[in-house]
Ligand binder design. Structure first.
Ligand code: AMP
Length: 251
């Protein structure tokens, strides 16, 4: 049985009764098979599996994106139950932000590049909410998708910098059969844009350079925020209609 706990106090009380290792999967809901892969890993590798669902307003730089973020609670609960998740932490805004976001966690270098350069404040919101979640859930391991590679790297850095007692486990990106990275935002694509969207993965895997990939996508009608190589990875963010999609691959 999956229990649903709504306040940090309620969750912490439940947590004190758990024994052994705790695997944690933080999400914003609207779960798909990408999230499910993280849940399966957490379930398999730990005694206790915890999922959180919280559409975190402080990480949305675009209010319209926040308002339109899909909510599919019934399906999400079913996925948790089917995968034998022990508990879902499902808080409300005032529970998570009793300080109304006066306190925040900031990284000052890497968080300003790539997505950070195009989404002011985004990674402050992510780092702050995940710090709160980690303090409430006290996981042994926390599972994050490589789909959001910059986010995962910044969280690894946060855990190291603050000597936090847990392990961040990266999980490879789950894709549709046509290559498009699974994302909760994909359902907001029009039929025509959904047909176009796999060009992102194709461009970053098949072009010789980042600039070439950017040019190809621009020619196909994408509004390209960036295609950039950092180390051995190629990162992309591109907008189709009103939907902003990100992806990255090893090169
Ligand atoms: P979100 O609900 O979008 O905030 O994502 C919650 C977690 O699921 C994050 O760690 C994401 O990186 C991960 N995730 C989202 N999409 C995918 C995917 N297609 N493959 C693997 N992990 C994913």
């Amino acid at each position: 049985m999956t229990v649903v706990l709504r306040s940090p106090q309620e969750f912490k009380q439940w947590r004190r009764q758990q024994k052994g290792t705790v695997g944690f999967v933080p999400t914003m809901g609207a779960l798909h098979t990408g999230h499910e892969e993280l849940i399966k890993r957490a379930r398999k590798e730990n005694d206790v599996a915890v999922l959180s669902i919280f559409v975190n307003p402080t990480q949305f730089n675009d209010p319209k994106d926040f308002e339109k973020y899909p909510i599919t609670w019934d399906q999400d609960l079913k996925m948790a139950e089917d995968n034998k998740v022990d508990a879902i932490f499902y808080p409300r805004y005032p529970d998570m932000y009793p300080d109304n976001y006066r306190y925040k966690v900031t990284e000052s270098e890497y968080s300003k590049l790539l997505d950070g350069a195009h989404r002011p404040g985004h990674f402050d919101g992510v780092l702050s909410v995940v710090m709160k979640l980690f303090n409430i859930v006290s996981p042994t391991r926390a599972y994050f998708g490589e789909k959001d590679f910059q986010q995962m790297t910044l969280l690894q850095g946060m855990v190291e910098s603050f000597f936090m007692n847990l392990e961040i486990v990266p999980v490879p990106t789950v894709r549709e059969s046509d290559g498009l990275a699974k994302s909760s935002r994909n359902v907001r694509l029009s039929e025509a844009d959904r047909a176009k969207a796999p060009a992102i993965y194709k461009a970053i895997t098949q072009s010789n350079t980042a600039d070439e990939a950017a040019r190809i996508l621009t020619e196909q009608g994408f509004k390209v925020d960036y295609v950039t190589d950092v180390g051995n990875r190629r990162f992309v963010a591109a907008v189709l209609g009103e939907v902003r999609l990100i992806d990255n691959v090893q090169i």
